[in-house]
Design a protein around this ligand. Structure first.
Ligand SMILES: Cc1cc2nc3c(=O)[nH]c(=O)nc-3n(C[C@H](O)[C@H](O)[C@H](O)COP(=O)(O)O)c2cc1C
Length: 199
């Protein structure tokens, strides 16, 4: 069987969501024949003339629309910004109208992950609001079931709506063991569903 890619598309400013993306990717690659394709998006600026370089200095390449076309599923990760996803990711999603018109993403599975500074700072609202554009695209949302025991025992991140992490006010909290397991479980679940749905 041909290898299939799952797009792990994320934005991260201070590194927490990037770390989660790598764990989700690890979970994806536990499923035979499934491969994670890590992509990020450039920052956006209120200064219209300011542009990012075409290729990032380090880390994952910037996403293109063809990444969404080619992949069998999507894991979307963003820091929480005022209870919602970060603007750079929203900006990229706002360029996907041509895919929406063609129904390119319709029927593909998607999963969400986020990181916050504070425990009740909006992890769940961010995960839920990140689902909205994906539902408009006809994507099938994959969450985390309570058969994952860490959902009951976590003292920081982790939600049935997706993976999450409490990074702390100084962005210095390591990904806890429960958060780590749930990121991996989310990637594995997404890739398993994609495998079952793929033609
Ligand atoms: C403009 C802005 C808004 C933020 N809003 C929230 C928020 O609503 N709740 C929260 O807990 N943290 C908030 N944060 C903190 C980030 O979500 C948190 O530091 C996150 O872990 C950053 O992820 P990253 O390291 O991948 O960039 C905000 C940060 C910024 C810069």
């Amino acid at each position: 069987m041909a290898t299939r890619d799952i797009l792990v598309l994320y934005y991260s400013h201070t590194g927490a969501v990037r770390q989660m993306a790598q764990l989700v990717a690890r979970g994806i690659e536990k499923v035979p024949e499934m491969r994670a394709r890590l992509r990020t998006v450039p920052r956006v600026s209120s200064v219209a003339e300011a542009v990012e370089p075409q290729v990032p200095d380090s880390g994952a390449p910037y996403a293109e629309l063809r990444d969404l076309e080619e992949c069998a599923g999507l894991a979307l990760g963003s820091p929480t910004r005022f209870g919602n996803m970060a603007a750079p990711l929203k900006y990229f999603l706002d360029t996907t109208s041509s895919l929406w018109l063609k129904g390119t993403l319709s029927g593909k599975p998607a999963a969400l992950f986020t990181s916050t500074a504070s425990l009740h700072g909006g992890q769940e609202s961010t995960l839920l609001s990140m689902m909205l554009p994906l539902l408009h695209h006809g994507m099938l949302i994959v969450g985390l079931p309570y058969s994952e025991p860490e959902l009951m025992t976590t003292r920081s991140g982790g939600s049935p709506y997706g993976a999450s992490h409490l990074a702390g006010v100084n962005a210095d909290q390591p990904v806890s063991e429960e958060e780590r397991r749930l990121c991996i479980a989310l990637g594995t679940r997404l890739a398993s569903v994609a495998m079952r749905l793929a033609p």
